[in-house]
Ligand binder design. Sequence first.
Ligand SMILES: [Zn+2]
Length: 166
Amino acid sequence: MPRKSGPSYSRDGFAVLTQSEDPTSPLFVKTLAHEVAHFWWNKAATDNWQDWLNESFAEFSALMAIEHIFGKEMKDKFLMEFESLSSTLSPLYQFQRSDKNVHNLMYKKGPVILEAFSANIKEAEFKRWLKMVSKGDITTTEKLFLLTEKAYGEVQRKYLEELLNK
Ligand SMILES: [Zn+2]
């Protein structure tokens, strides 16, 4: 469902998109893919820092769609921008909802962290991890750590923890 202005969002299997962009532009496709990705990434609470499990994973999934449609260079272009916007931010781990950088923490730093984590394990394994996270009852970051340790061992769990505390 398109709208003329205001933010895009999705609820319970339908997405509302702001129609201010050229529908073939990477930015529009990223927004659309992000909202569709929330059909899977919607299990964590949205009123505290655990919301990164919804927003960062949805945004990262959108980057995967960007790579699929526009190629790796376009995805890397977004990631470089995300990196520059998040390099000076405090850790994602237990951030305060009142932090003025909440948006950049969840939408820029989170995807950068997931990219770094993906680079540390084989592509097929990473996709399997994403599937397990989306299918599992991963409502908190602690549950994400436990699942990661169970699937890939303590080293990967610690690496993920480290990334979130950076
Ligand atoms: Zn979102």
